[in-house]
Design a protein around this ligand. Structure first.
Ligand SMILES: [Zn+2]
Length: 372
């Protein structure tokens, strides 16, 4: 078993919630600390507030992973006179690093919104507001006969799956022609002489963000001094990504009955319903945290009801006008399932890498509102 470094955990969290999924205004990833620091214990929390930092330090954690960013507005100074500065100093003095996964974890598959959908029994959940899809490029490369397997093996970790199939490639036969010039050190052929070589053309699909890794791996495995290859833009798109989710309940119910279910399953202190309690609900949209801005998208996609938090008066009126019921279960209650979900995902990933690191869930967070 190995004790990982903070940078190893950044790598793991980047697989769970790739940083490039985050909204442009967001600040995600390593917020504070030393990438080289060793991590034997991690705490997961929703908020990077004083309680979480205190608990992480007290229980001997070297890393705190939160949903809400520790640093959101750019800091001009780090002073103990303000809360963020005080916590930053405390964390640094105690060798505590902080990573935040925010909108990237909202959007990620298996993230905040998929966890919420699973908790509420919303099945077949797809993104409510699509923000993008995996973008691909086609890599075509030319290798002398006999080197195909070696190249495909080197490229395998970078290839995009097609549906439920991985390692998808195509191979065709042909003749490569080239004349090595002065200064070349050719694998086959001679300087100054035209050469013909039986070659295979290999074609495969790469996610756009893996181009540089794939080209480096290809050059490393290719026998030629100057491998010939082409990268083509393609219009194929992979799995759609986006904010919120929309799916179906196994059985239709009433808005009032569903409100009771949501309150119970999220252990919420109270939920607020906009719309008739008796209206039929089957198609449910949801967005953990503040998702009232997705109301029109929910209406457009035919949702009977939107579950979210932080709903304002005028948004409730807009929902009435659009004919979509809204269930405000609170920012905290709709995001809280992420603590357990992220902790489990981290444990699985750490175990797969044989890293000896314990993950604890911060239990001290509470809904800030009380209901009277
Ligand atoms: Zn939030």
């Amino acid at each position: 078993m190995i004790t990982p470094r903070v940078s190893d955990i950044v790598g793991i969290t980047n697989k769970i919630a790739p940083a490039e999924l985050a909204e442009s205004w967001d600040n995600v990833g390593l917020q504070l600390g030393d990438p080289a620091g060793q991590v034997s214990r991690i705490m997961v929390a929703l908020d990077p507030g004083g309680d979480a930092v205190q608990a992480a330090v007290e229980t001997g954690c070297q890393l705190l992973v939160t949903h809400h960013p520790f640093i959101f507005s750019p800091l001009k100074k780090i002073s103990a006179a303000d809360e963020t500065g005080r916590l930053a100093i405390k964390a640094l003095k105690n060798d505590l690093s902080i990573i935040s996964l925010h909108t990237n974890y909202d959007i990620a598959q298996g993230g905040v919104n998929d966890l919420l959908a699973a908790r509420l029994g919303v099945e077949g959940a797809l993104p409510l507001k699509v923000t993008g899809g995996d973008e691909y490029v086609k890599l075509a490369l030319f290798v002398p006969h006999g080197f195909e397997e070696r190249l495909l093996q080197a490229l395998s970790p970078f290839m995009a799956p097609i549906g439920s199939y991985r390692d998808c490639s195509f191979q065709g036969d042909g003749i490569g022609r080239f004349t090595p010039m002065a200064g070349a050190n050719p694998f086959v052929g001679e300087v100054g002489l035209g050469h013909q070589e039986k070659e295979s053309r290999l074609e495969l699909l790469l996610p756009k963000e893996r181009i540089s890794g794939a080209v480096a791996a290809m050059k490393g495995a290719h026998p030629y001094e100057e491998p010939a290859y082409d990268l083509y833009p393609v219009l194929n798109r992979g799995a759609l990504r986006g904010l919120g989710r929309i799916g179906l309940l196994a059985e239709a119910t009433s808005a009032g009955e569903f409100a009771r279910t949501v309150k119970e399953r999220l252990a919420a202190s109270g939920v607020r319903l906009v719309g008739e309690p008796g209206r039929r609900v089957r198609k449910v949209a949801l967005c953990g945290g503040s998702g009232a801005s997705l109301l029109r998208e929910a209406a457009r996609k035919g949702a009977d009801l939107l579950v979210t938090g932080d709903v304002k008066y005028h948004e409730a009126r807009e929902a009435e006008a659009l004919g979509v019921a809204v269930l405000d279960a609170g920012h905290f209650a709709t995001e809280w399932p992420m603590v357990q979900g992220l902790a489990s995902a981290l444990r699985r990933a750490l175990e797969a890498k044989r890293f000896e690191t314990e993950v604890v869930e911060f239990q001290g967070e509470r809904e800030p509102f009380s209901f009277w």
